[in-house]
Design a protein around this ligand. Structure first.
Ligand code: FES
Length: 323
């Protein structure tokens, strides 16, 4: 199924997993099976008020899943997504996209090291289910503030892969704390792949530990769920030129490229609006973008031939866009 397909689902179950995390079970309105997904996939959830957010599927992937499960942290700094999700009621119908996957498991890897920070457990949990089903070699390190803030703890400790899950609580004793540098330096398994999801500081820490220990970039996999905090105080205006018409549009200092384009009748599809999902990706034919997304890899950014106009800007005076 095309990932742009919309699906009508209902909230079949909503339950508190921790004081701040709710788990939602989504089922079709008529009870039919949902499109299959692979571990690491997410769906766009269209909330009332026009807010669209991406949430990773955390249940065990299945060829014909009866439900999708997502878990959402109530975020005090929410721009509408987590508050909107927590306000949903059981039985309420919502629209979601078909699953998409920017965070797949590497096929054939001899070992997988999974790291989750807080609510970043959601795609990682689906990965653990899949790897356990496949009989693959893996270990899962799950870092949270405390036992009380640890979602899915009971599910994991009673799972078939319980012996491969290591919990690390900030308020626990030193012996259980995660020492990522030592863990990744010691020979896990030659050719192992690393996966991380969580707050950006946690992710950067794990990725830096991997790089320091000599892990090659192609074995480091990540999924950001929020855009990076960016200092916009030095932002200035710049121009974008539409390649198909030659029209030149000024992007003011305080406006996103997508907003400036929209005011001139040029709509670019967006979803997260914070550089996470890649929905708005546009090719750049000339000029140098100022990449502010978490979606492109460092190698892709260095090519400067595409950018995310929902959040990225320009280093050059003008960008020529393939629109
Ligand atoms: Fe998600 Fe731009 S809309 S990256």
């Amino acid at each position: 199924m095309d990932s742009s397909t919309s699906l009508q689902v209902r909230v079949a179950r909503k339950a508190a997993e921790t004081p701040d995390i709710c788990v939602f079970e989504l089922r079709t309105l008529d009870g039919a099976a949902l499109p299959a997904f692979d571990a690491g996939a997410h769906v766009d959830v269209h909330l009332p008020e026009g807010v669209v957010r991406q949430y990773s599927l955390c249940n065990a992937p299945d060829e014909a899943p009866q439900c999708y499960e997502i878990a959402v942290l109530r975020d005090a700094r929410s721009r509408g997504g987590s508050v909107g999700m927590h306000a949903l009621q059981e039985g309420q119908a919502i629209t979601i996209s078909a699953p998409r996957n920017h965070f797949p498991l590497a096929k054939g890897a001899p070992h997988h090291v999974l790291f989750a920070g807080g609510i970043g457990i959601t795609p990682i949990l689906a990965m653990a289910h899949t790897l356990a089903q496949q009989g693959a070699s893996f270990e899962l390190h799950y870092c949270t503030r405390s036992c009380a803030t640890t979602a899915f703890q009971r599910r994991m400790t009673s799972s078939a892969f319980a012996d491969r899950v290591f919990f690390h609580h900030d308020d626990g004793d030193a012996a259980q704390k995660l020492d990522a540098q030592t863990l990744l330096k010691s020979p896990v398994v030659e050719g192992a792949h690393l996966y991380v999801c969580g707050p950006s500081g946690f992710m950067e820490w794990i990725l830096a530990a991997g790089r320091q220990a000599g892990w090659s970039e192609d074995r480091l996999h990540r999924e950001y769920f929020a855009g990076a905090a960016i200092d916009t105080s030095d932002d200035g205006a710049f121009e974008v030129q539409i390649a198909s018409t030659g029209a030149v549009i000024t992007v003011p200092a305080d406006q996103a490229v997508t907003t400036a384009l929209a005011t001139h009748g040029i709509e670019v599809a967006t979803s997260c609006e914070q550089g996470v999902c890649g929905t708005c990706l546009v090719r750049v034919l000339d000029g140098t973008p100022d990449h502010r997304d978490m979606y492109l890899t460092d190698e892709e950014r260095a090519l400067n031939d595409q950018f995310t106009p929902c959040c990225s800007r320009a280093r050059s005076a003008r960008l020529v866009l393939e629109l």
